[in-house]
Write a protein that binds this ligand. Structure first.
Ligand SMILES: Cc1cc2nc3c(=O)[nH]c(=O)nc-3n(C[C@H](O)[C@H](O)[C@H](O)COP(=O)(O)OP(=O)(O)OC[C@H]3O[C@@H](n4cnc5c(N)ncnc54)[C@H](O)[C@@H]3O)c2cc1C
Length: 377
């Protein structure tokens, strides 16, 4: 009987893992990939959706297009995970696994920030971005606040990108002079592992009259008064609030008893949890790397190589090095990037690459190559 691998979540981590297993082992392995949604959307596409550059349907990749030997994709909602028994219960079935990989990402905890759901908007979900695509064009004067409500959060450069793209949008409509933009972030700098990247972003903010409020997070909104309350008690009146909600592992993962401080602890090198045969990759794990797709993918590769080596009798892979490139929208169609290395050396590093036409093309390839590799389109 072939090894039963059950992969929970078809995001960056789950998709890369299943693709590698299928490429290497084909029908020799029995992989079940479970996701509650009907398709995948890149995180960066949410910015495109919110600023009306594209429609959600154009950026959604349908799971029904996945055709990989050895991999069965099922659309079910996971309701319980038993890591000791490696048993997963969904709204439709029970799945028993020899190897279980948790790749369920991070969810948003709207209730952690009182007033956010009623008085603000979030742009970190497709639904939130879609809603904002209707709201942003109606904002023509007053104070826009981009506010981060807790760390860690996905793709640390994303709220900086949001501020720069909002500036572009308001400028294009000829209303920028009637609007103020403020950006609240809990870190001391926009991209802490890379002082050069942070300095470049801070310069861009200054040139565009975007006020950066660093080292603070938004702890509540008062919708009645349209005021954002920061963690030091300061108040920021707003006419438009664009929020990054506090993140946490999905409830089903927390209820499984696998989490500590909101996420699943793993061995940074191997992505193994404390439960034999159970791995966790991507945003759901505390793995010593930022919460971003490239790192979810890198972690998934290590797990895939481990399983392939075990089944084929080869050498296990080296440790997860926590390396990856994050592309950053600088506005006016420009794209820069930061090469992150969190685990391979004694200190974490982030090397900045200034915006260039080559990076615009590279970001495009980043998306299209994964679309082709995972979805065959
Ligand atoms: C605005 C924005 C911009 C971003 N830009 C970038 C970028 O430029 N580069 C980059 O690398 N990263 C970027 N990211 C971050 C990136 O999207 C995430 O870090 C990445 O998707 C994490 O991958 P993952 O596999 O851990 O989880 P996810 O991709 O989130 O996948 C988790 C999957 O689990 C499923 N799921 C959850 N709960 C259940 C359940 N109970 N039952 C069944 N299925 C379930 C979900 O439907 C989802 O498909 C961005 C994110 C945002 C929000």
């Amino acid at each position: 009987m072939s090894e039963r691998v059950v992969v929970l979540g078809a995001g960056f981590g789950g998709l890369e893992l299943c693709t590698m297993l299928s490429e290497a082992l084909g029908e020799e392995i029995d992989v079940t990939l479970i996701d509650k949604n009907d398709g995948f959307v890149f995180g960066f596409s949410k910015l495109d959706v919110m600023f009306g550059r594209t429609a959600p349907d154009a950026v959604r990749m349908a799971y029904s297009d996945i055709a990989k030997p050895g991999v069965r994709v099922v659309r079910e909602t996971i309701t319980a995970i038993d890591p000791e028994a490696r048993r997963v219960t969904t709204d439709a079935a029970v799945h028993d696994a020899d190897v279980l990989v948790i790749a369920l990402g991070a969810d948003y905890d709207m209730d952690a920030t009182p007033g956010l759901a009623e008085g603000g908007n979030e742009f970190y979900s497709v639904a939130g971005a879609e809603r904002l695509a209707g709201i942003i064009p109606t904002f023509s004067q007053g104070h826009a606040v981009i506010g981060v409500c807790g760390a860690p959060f996905k793709c640390p450069p994303a709220p900086s990108e949001c501020a720069l793209l909002l500036h572009d949008e308001l400028t294009a409509r000829g209303v920028r002079d009637a609007c103020q933009i403020s950006f609240v972030i809990p870190f001391g700098t926009p991209v802490p592992p890379s002082p050069e990247t942070s300095a470049a972003l801070v310069k861009e903010f200054a040139e565009r009259d975007i006020t950066l409020i660093a080292g603070r997070r938004v702890s509540a909104l008062d919708p009645g008064r349209s005021v954002a309350i920061l963690d030091d008690g300061a108040e920021l009146p707003f006419d438009l609030f664009l929020g990054v909600p506090k993140h946490r592992a999905p409830d089903v993962v927390i209820d499984s008893g696998m989490t500590e401080d909101g996420y699943v602890p793993v061995d940074f090198a191997t992505l193994q949890t404390r439960f034999p045969g159970v791995y966790a990759v991507g945003d759901v794990a505390t793995a010593g790397v930022p919460k971003a797709g490239v790192f979810a993918e890198g972690a998934a590769r290590v797990v895939a190589q481990t399983l392939i080596a075990r089944l084929r009798g080869g050498e296990p892979p080296g440790p997860h090095l926590g390396r990856g490139t994050c592309y950053i929208e600088f506005g006016r169609g420009r794209v820069g990037s930061v090469d992150i290395d969190f685990l391979s050396g004694p200190t974490r590093t982030g090397t900045f690459n200034a915006p260039s036409a080559a990076l615009v093309a590279e970001k495009e390839r980043f998306g299209s190559s994964r679309r082709a590799r995972w979805f065959g389109s």
